[in-house]
Design a protein. Structure first.
Length: 659
């Protein structure tokens, strides 16, 4: 039984197996030694789990939401039949299409009419004039500032805390150190955050928050702003905060509509040296419509040099734009190459957009162990568009990640896109540029990216261009339109597809340039993949190699090669090592010969400028085929391949001269 089982529901001697894109398998195991597949329900989406309630089967159906199916003939049967295959079908219950939203935005409160001001006049831990005193007596709509004669912007004063500050629970607070030099130091504490903001409509800016055992800044309220423009204010970072050297995260945010702007997290005050937190900026699973960064360069965050993850999001509809992640404030040098990940979208992260279609929206994501990583089966529909991954801020020099990253163990995500500007520049990474990986994962897309070149189109290769491995199903690399195709240049292998669990991945419309190495390599049993309408540049080796796997279709591609018979290599039973067609006659417009029974024979015109498909002919049951071209081929050369009824495509035949 094929598929990726995600869950099993038992009803007596019947098992209902949720198998993602393969639907639900219904298995009779009354004879435990000989279980029988009695029914396949082709669900609307990817079946992640199901629950049986009498005659109803309730399915967690990914993009289709929750769907309900009933056995045919049940008393309450309504709707349209699904494509079942067994002795009893199930029927999809139809009805009003309703979008379920587990959380609703909070009501926005108006600011109180009365405003309050408080000036911090000393660096004491407590007492009159201290920051602690201000927070202990905090009222709504208060602005707290710092006396610049005590907290000089050029010579910052340190508030060394002996216990954690009170949590902020009064709305409409402005904590403003943008015109002062203020360091909050938590080195003496055994636990606690620098600042914890439970209230809403609060702004925290201009502070240096360091050495706390917990988080530097934690914001749980709504409509809060952490930081601002580094160009506004006389302080060392203007409105931006420094959140570094903390035991957990520099900045943590949940709530609705929070903005995180202009901060440094994981570096020193210069933005050039590591001063690591464990993680940099973290959006929790209670973060909704959070914005990290801005199109204004003075409001971009520099989150680099952290020990684990520089930026991590579990939120819903997070927008990450214009940041420098992994590099210093100039965007030209790595701060700390051994940060585990620059940007991770995991756990419940969904509907996140990283980057955008303009230069101002792009993030620079370079100089760590991994660039951008999607993970966890519960994450959904996140997009990474228009970013530089592995280069400096100019897009011309490599400051590579060990791996550019990719989509691991999750489904329905996108790297790149078809709108102008959505493609990422993914270059200069030590190992893979990007990729797909993970059992039980499907329907991910890599579209419209420039991989292995600099911003000007010059070679800047990754170790491997694109890696697909470990059970990925229905992954799409490229597409049929020009905008969908990826440009993949250089690398030891341009595209590497590895593993017996890989099924049904689609590679189309890509331009692959790699003069001395493998272009597309299907190894270790990768099967049922589709390679079509790609353009393979000049190459002295193999354009496509298949080891062990079967059912891989190769058709309608364009090649440039002096040795076309070497373009496709089948080894270790790859595509059953299907033999190429044998031409018996080639004259004028007609080419005929023999091949496998009912094979689809594709004929290519050979020229040094390009090897292009002329079309195909269908062989009969005896393997005899006759191809007729639209124009005479006399004096030209052709080369042929065949695909059998099990979707195995052969290598090319030898060149054949047409009389």
């Amino acid at each position: 039984m094929s598929g990726s089982p995600m869950g099993i529901t038992i009803d007596g001697t019947t098992a209902y197996i949720s198998a993602l894109g393969n639907g639900i398998f219904i298995v009779d195991f009354s004879d435990i030694d000989n279980p029988v597949l009695t029914e396949t329900i082709h669900t609307l989406g990817d079946a992640n789990a199901c629950y049986l309630d009498g005659d109803r089967l309730i399915v967690a159906d990914s993009i289709a939401g929750m769907t309900i199916y009933e056995r045919v003939g049940s008393a309450s049967k309504t709707g349209a039949d699904t494509a079942g295959t067994g002795g009893y079908s199930l029927t999809l219950i139809t009805g009003e299409n309703r979008q379920t939203t587990p959380y609703s935005p909070p009501e926005e409160m108006a600011a109180p009419n009365t405003a309050h001001e408080y000036v911090v006049t000393n660096s004491a831990d407590s007492g009159d004039g201290s920051l602690r005193n201000a927070l202990e007596h905090l009222q709504q709509n208060t602005a707290i500032t710092f006396d610049p004669t005590v907290f000089s912007p050029k010579n910052p004063a340190t508030i060394t805390l002996e216990s954690a500050l009170p949590e902020i629970e009064a709305d409409y607070l402005t904590l403003d150190a943008s015109n002062a030099g203020v360091i909050l130091d938590g080195d003496l504490l055994s636990e606690g955050n620098g600042l914890t903001v439970r209230a809403s409509h609060c702004t925290v800016m201009g502070l240096q928050i360091v050495n706390f055992p917990g988080n530097g800044i934690q914001s749980d309220g709504n409509w809060n702003q952490i930081g601002g423009s580094r160009a506004i204010g006389a302080g060392p970072l203007g409105q931006g905060n420094l959140a570094s050297g903390n035991g957990i995260c520099g900045i943590v945010t949940g709530g609705w509509y929070t903005k995180v702007l202009g901060n440094l997290s994981g570096t020193d005050i210069t933005g050039t040296q590591a001063y690591p937190n464990y993680d940099g900026i973290f959006v929790t699973d209670w973060g909704f419509y959070v914005t990290i960064g801005s199109t204004n360069p003075d409001e971009r965050n520099i989150t680099s040099g952290n020990n684990s993850i520089n930026m991590d999001s579990w939120g819903d509809h997070t927008r990450i734009i214009g940041n420098i992640i992994g590099l210093d404030i100039t965007g030209t040098k790595a701060v700390k190459y051994d940060s585990e990940s620059n940007l991770t979208l995991e756990d419940t992260a969904k509907n996140t957009i990283v980057g955008g279609t303009t230069l101002e929206e792009r993030n620079i994501i370079s100089g760590a162990q991994s660039g951008v990583t999607f993970s966890d089966t519960t994450s959904y529909q996140n997009s990474v568009i228009g970013n530089y991954i592995g280069t400096d801020i100019t897009g011309t020099k490599a400051v590579g990640n060990r791996s550019g990253g990719g989509i691991w163990a999750c489904s329905h995500h996108r790297i790149g896109g078809t709108t102008e500007g959505e493609g990422n520049l993914i270059s200069g990474n030590e190992n893979g540029g990007t990729g797909l990986s993970g059992y039980g994962c499907s329907d991910n897309f890599i579209l419209g990216n420039r991989i292995g070149v600099d911003i000007n189109g010059n070679p800047l290769p990754n170790g491997t261009g694109i890696d697909v491995n470990t059970g990925q199903r229905h992954g799409t690399i490229g597409g049929y339109t020009e905008a969908e195709g990826n440009l993949v240049v250089g690398g030891s292998i341009s595209m590497r597809i590895t593993g017996r669990g890989i099924k049904g991945c689609f590679f189309a419309g890509n331009t692959v340039i790699n003069s001395g190495n493998l272009m597309i390599y299907l190894e270790d049993g990768a099967s049922d993949c589709f390679i079509q309408n790609n353009t393979f540049g000049p190459n002295n080796g193999n354009a496509v190699r298949v080891d062990y796997g079967t059912g891989n279709i190769i058709r309608s591609n364009t090649f440039i090669s002096d040795k076309p018979w070497e373009l496709i290599l089948l080894l270790e039973g790859g595509n059953t090592e299907l033999s190429a067609p044998v031409v018996s006659s080639a004259a004028g417009t007609s080419i005929s010969g023999t091949t496998c029974a009912f094979g689809r024979v594709e004929v290519y015109l050979y020229a040094k400028s390009g090897i292009v498909s002329l079309g195909f002919a269908q062989a009969d049951g005896n393997g005899v085929f006759d191809f007729t071209s639209k124009e005479s081929l006399s004096g030209k050369q052709v080369i042929l391949m065949v695909t059998d009824t099990l979707n195995n495509t052969s290598a090319f035949s030898q060149l054949c001269a047409v009389s």
